[in-house]
Design a binder for this molecule. Structure first.
Ligand code: ATP
Length: 233
């Protein structure tokens, strides 16, 4: 079997608030194979965002182990985590977090420049992705000049620009109306599959989840159920 892009072992995270300790993640075990698209379902407060933050190497304070692309995140310092994120991960959030002073194309070019890609090549890649998402006519629009669905599609293009091995999406279309949300998500999944990226997508949408390769359900900080059966370990 191919080496998983991500391997979580006994991942745990607690928060202390007002002297009370809340165990949000209580021993999560999860592996995602290259190119596998996984839905992360669970009631509000079950720890989906916390799990995505851990996998995205965005926050410390976790117990257990995280291996990304065969490398343990345990001993990485902040600079190494940033490099891992840039090289291996793409992020799509509920709110697009695009840079307001840059146009759509520039927002997709920037993460590539940070990896040392030449401007002309980065521009070509940005246009190819934006074009695939139906935004040919929006290259030079700033985020404020785009609709919510268009903004989110630019965010999708940005997340995929560096061909990440794993795309992390946290309720990626949660702030859009249902029809737009369905359309953007379908495009997102099509692109992810077309490029062979693996993805972990937190969502409340059961129908959408059912269209992915695997559904993982988080309940009170542990993975309660997986459909279809988990990969053999
Ligand atoms: N920095 C923090 N300090 C204290 N508690 C936190 C912190 N971050 C998250 N929590 C708590 O952890 C729990 C899980 O939060 P999380 O955002 O991971 O859930 P979620 O499954 O993503 O929920 P939703 O579907 O509503 O987005 C919540 O009870 C939340 O209050």
């Amino acid at each position: 079997m191919n080496e998983p892009v991500i391997r979580l072992r006994n991942l745990a995270r607690s928060f202390e608030q007002g002297g009370v300790v809340i165990d949000v993640l209580r021993g999560v075990n999860l592996e995602i194979a290259p190119g596998e698209v996984v839905a992360l379902l669970g009631p509000s407060g079950s720890g989906k965002s916390t799990l995505l933050q851990a996998v995205g190497l965005l926050e410390g304070g976790f117990r257990g182990s995280i291996e990304l692309a065969g490398t343990s995140a345990q001993d990485m310092d902040a600079a190494e985590r940033t490099t891992m994120r840039r090289e291996h991960l793409g992020f799509v959030y509920q709110f697009h977090h695009l840079l307001p002073d840059f146009n759509a194309e520039e927002n997709v070019i920037l993460p590539q420049l940070l990896l040392g890609v030449k401007r002309a090549e980065a521009s070509e890649r940005a246009r190819e992705l934006l074009g695939a998402l139906g935004l040919d006519h929006r290259f030079d629009h700033r985020p404020s000049q785009l609709s919510g669905g268009e903004q989110q599609r630019v965010a999708v293009a940005r997340a995929l620009a560096n061909r990440p091995q794993l795309v992390l999406a946290d309720e990626p279309t949660g702030n859009l109306d249902e029809k737009t949300s369905d359309r953007v998500l379908a495009q997102f999944l099509e692109l992810v599959r077309g490029q062979g990226n693996a993805a972990l997508v937190a969502t409340h949408n059961e129908r959408l989840a059912a269209s992915m390769d695997r559904v993982v359900r988080l309940h009170e900080g542990v993975i309660e159920r997986e459909t279809p059966a988990a990969m053999p370990r």
